[in-house]
Design a protein around this ligand. Structure first.
Ligand SMILES: *Cc1c(COP(=O)(O)O)cnc(C)c1O
Length: 350
């Protein structure tokens, strides 16, 4: 049997003899080679890391399994997070596994339907506030300072520790670090985690090089690029609709130490990449996930030369998370009477 995340990378994680080894099948996600876009974008080699294949459909499970195992080890009976959706789905799942009380604080009316459905199904107590993610995070930070409830946002250092295992998997599969890693940036925990993963692997002698870290915010939420807090962040990509990233310094450190960049992509660029990914590669990621590919396309159009280079784009979450965006940006179904001739005619039109 495959080892679970907590076992496989135990030596790189804060796992002790007291840590419960829990799993619902997180990590060990596919790294697939591009079929079409690699050629169209003139890349040497282009791969997609499919983090939507995690048990709750996003990379958040990698960090959450460690954060919840440590919360249990430290005798907590309740966990809380602020969330744009995926953190709450993941916290609710691992909390249910460990019989913890789970509180999730989300921006009211601003969370994708699939994510809300998950948190509800797993039985979390969902508190929808009339403000944005940044306010929700501010509130849960205060509450966890006052009460014995474990905070499982990426401010929790165990989250970052778990998420860094994705870098290990990339190196283990490719046998080396890629030249470039493209990744969406919201609260900036994930870019921080990947960079830590690559550098820890290098320190341990498991890999010689580290990639250039290419992070992409959404244009309407580009706090790091614009070097200012965005009071009212706006983007179709709800998972990166964050105006004051908690791991800001982690992101700029990853950028500067790796010789990479943090840039932004517009909603049109995100939706275009989202469609290309689905229609040219058969990969349905949620809109925020497509910011990595949108960033690659932007740099390609600006004249970057990626020939002879090996690139990885992180596809952070499943497209099923956000059915509304999928439906609102596509051709609706053609409704027909139950008539074979009419159906046949419609099919032969194409
Ligand atoms: C959380 C999330 C992001 C952003 O990751 P950060 O660590 O907040 O930068 C991007 N895409 C998806 C699908 C997410 O769930």
């Amino acid at each position: 049997m495959e080892l679970c995340l907590l076992e496989k990378y135990r030596e790189f994680l804060p796992v002790t003899s007291q840590t419960p080894i829990i799993t619902i099948g997180e990590a060990n996600t596919p790294l697939v080679r591009s079929h079409t876009l690699e050629h169209e974008l003139a890349c040497g080699e282009l791969y997609f890391k499919l983090e939507g294949c995690n048990p709750t459909g996003s990379f958040k499970d990698r960090g959450m399994v460690v954060a919840v195992a440590k919360a249990v080890e430290e005798k907590n009976t309740a966990i809380i997070c602020a969330s744009t959706g995926n953190t709450s789905a993941s916290a609710a799942a691992y909390g249910a596994l460990c019989n913890l009380k789970v509180f999730v604080v989300v921006p009211k009316g601003n969370i994708a339907m699939g994510k809300l459905a998950q948190a509800m199904a797993y039985g979390a107590k969902i508190l929808a506030i009339d403000d944005n993610f940044d306010k929700a995070l501010e509130f849960v930070r205060i509450i966890t300072q006052k009460h014995p409830i474990a905070l499982v946002n990426s401010l929790n250092p165990y989250r970052i520790e778990g998420q860094k295992t994705a870098s290990f998997e990339i190196v283990d599969v490719l046998g080396a670090a890629p030249d470039y890693l493209f990744i969406p940036v919201g609260n900036a925990g994930n870019i921080t985690a990947y960079w830590r993963g690559f550098t820890h692997y290098k320190q341990a002698g498991r890999v010689e090089d580290t990639p250039m870290m290419m992070g992409f915010e959404a244009e309407g939420a580009a706090a790091i690029v614009k070097d200012t807090i965005i009071g009212n962040p706006q983007t179709v990509a709800s998972a990166i609709r964050i105006g004051n990233p908690a791991s800001w310094i982690g992101a700029t450190t990853a950028r500067d130490e790796s010789g990479g960049t943090i840039d932004y992509v517009s909603d049109d660029e995100i939706i275009n990449a989202y469609h290309l990914l689905a229609r040219k590669e058969g990969i349905f990621g949620e809109p925020a996930s497509a910011a990595s590919l949108a960033g690659l396309i932007k740099l390609h159009n600006n004249g970057y030369d990626f020939s002879n280079k090996r690139l990885v784009c992180i596809i952070t979450g499943s497209g099923l998370k956000d059915p509304d965006t999928a439906i609102n940006n596509a051709v609706p179904p053609i409704e027909l009477p139950a008539d074979l001739n009419i159906l046949e005619k419609e099919i032969l039109k194409d």
